[in-house]
Design a protein around this ligand. Structure first.
Ligand code: PMP
Length: 437
């Protein structure tokens, strides 16, 4: 144990210098730039099972899993075979294919919370379209979102909380018109009063409440089921829709995601990357009545050249077929629980100031002594300094976690007992190193 030498990042550093000439910040998505952790971003060369290899040949056990979608691990043979077979017939037609039916049937036949679905190419697109559907259906403009939930980067949703209990949002990005942000009401999670006052203040104007199935983009903010039920009840009462953004929880907590986890029927559900098995796919779905509002049946326009792309559908079919297998989630979740419990026991024995929050195969380390963290404001931003050290110590021991302390980790079916054992030891040593002083 003790301090480990830093891994070599020579080749990644050269690639990063080059990338900086091409891309803002050297990356095509901001968190990849490693701004919240130490060192040069790692350029990944390949993945297999639960392992990743970077350009310098370092090998890692991967707990990021492409931010969640790789629930079967990297380079799964069944997905690879199905994709290869499909791409031999051409990459894109912009016309219907049988593969879209096959994936839709797989989803709809095994998910009682949806009657119809529309495929898109990203989570952002899915959520943006769901919001448009909610507005189109209700004829209302305002939406409620929660501080600490991320729903992609569309204008209406790149809005952060102002001050006070009920606030019009402020844009959280330059380039988002104030007028758009004014239609988004941002409320704290886990606070019924805030929701009630918003509905009384903006009576008849709120189209929908959107919430992540389980908020997992700003820490893992596990909500009480009764609170989510309250959101269901109050939206119904006011003629507003309830949208579950299940880009992370969909097909992760179970085949029917957070909806089944709570036993709550939302009005619209959004899905993302996981249904494409790593290919760019998203979807939104709802009752047949609601989906009838979507063009060409209805007046809410939404389209996409690459929507339902055959290669992406093929990957999705192969992945979801595996997930549908009996006992898949039970085994995955049991493995994750065991892993989490062992780490919790270690933390308790050492009395370290860190908590490991967990649901299904999603986990989050928070450097806190609070028993629960349900709101964004309960997160101690100063504690992210601990995460930086933890992250570096883990990389040096061959463990890859997302490069930000606000991000959750994922366990895949490809993480075997042996690798989880190794990961545990690396986590213990890294915590020892972090709390040594
Ligand atoms: N909604 C949620 C809950 C997400 O976690 C994300 C991204 N992780 C998105 C929407 C946006 O998805 P994408 O990055 O695929 O556009």
């Amino acid at each position: 144990a003790g301090k480990k030498n830093d891994i070599s990042r020579e080749k990644s550093a050269v690639l990063y210098e080059k990338a900086k000439q091409f891309f803002p910040g050297g990356v095509n998505s901001p968190v990849r730039a490693f701004k919240s952790v130490y060192g040069t971003p790692l350029f990944i060369e390949r993945g297999d099972g639960c392992f990743l290899w970077d350009a310098d040949g370092n090998q890692f056990i991967d707990f990021c899993c492409s931010w969640g979608p790789l629930i079967l691990g990297h380079n799964h043979p069944k997905i690879r075979e199905r994709v290869t077979k499909t791409l031999e017939k051409g990459l894109s037609f912009g016309a219907p294919t049988a593969l879209e039916n096959e994936l839709a049937e797989l989803i709809l036949k095994n998910n009682k919370y949806l009657e119809k679905i529309r495929f898109v190419s990203s989570g952002t697109e899915a959520v943006m379209s769901a919001i448009r559907l909610a507005r189109g259906y209700t004829g209302r403009d305002k939406i409620i979102k929660f501080e600490g939930c991320y729903h992609g980067h569309s204008d209406s949703l790149l809005v952060k909380a102002g001050s006070g209990l009920v606030t019009f949002g402020e844009t959280s990005s330059a380039g988002v018109p104030k007028a758009f942000a004014a239609e988004t009401i941002v409320l704290p999670l886990d606070n019924r009063d805030a929701v009630e006052s918003a509905f009384s203040q903006f009576s008849g104007q709120i189209a929908a409440i959107i919430i992540e199935g389980i908020p997992a983009n700003n820490g893992l903010l596990i909500q009480e089921p009764a609170y989510v039920q309250f959101l269901r009840d109050i939206t119904k009462q006011h003629g507003a829709l309830l949208i579950f953004d299940e880009v992370i929880t969909g097909f992760r907590l179970g085949f029917e995601g957070a909806a089944a986890h709570y036993g709550i029927q939302p009005d619209i559900i959004t899905y993302g990357k996981i249904i494409g098995g790593g290919m760019p796919v998203g979807a939104y779905g709802a009752s047949a009545e609601l989906m009838a509002c979507i063009s060409p049946d209805g007046a809410v326009y939404q389209a996409g050249t690459l929507s339902g792309n055959p290669v992406a559908m093929a990957a999705g079919i192969a992945q979801l077929t595996e997930l549908k297998g009996s006992g898949f989630y039970k085994a995955l979740n049991a493995k994750a629980s065991e892993f989490v419990e062992a780490i919790r026991r270690y933390i308790a024995a050492k009395n370290y100031k860190v908590k490991l929050f967990h649901v299904g195969s999603i986990f989050w380390f928070a450097f806190t002594d609070q028993e629960h963290i349900r709101t964004a404001s309960a997160i101690d931003h100063g504690s992210m300094e601990h995460y930086k050290v933890f992250h570096r110590e883990l990389l040096n021991r061959g463990i890859y976690l997302g490069p930000s302390g606000y991000e959750v980790g994922f366990i895949s079916a490809a993480h075997s007992k042996i690798e989880l054992e190794k990961a545990k030891r690396a986590i213990f040593e890294s915590l020892d190193e972090l709390f040594r002083h």
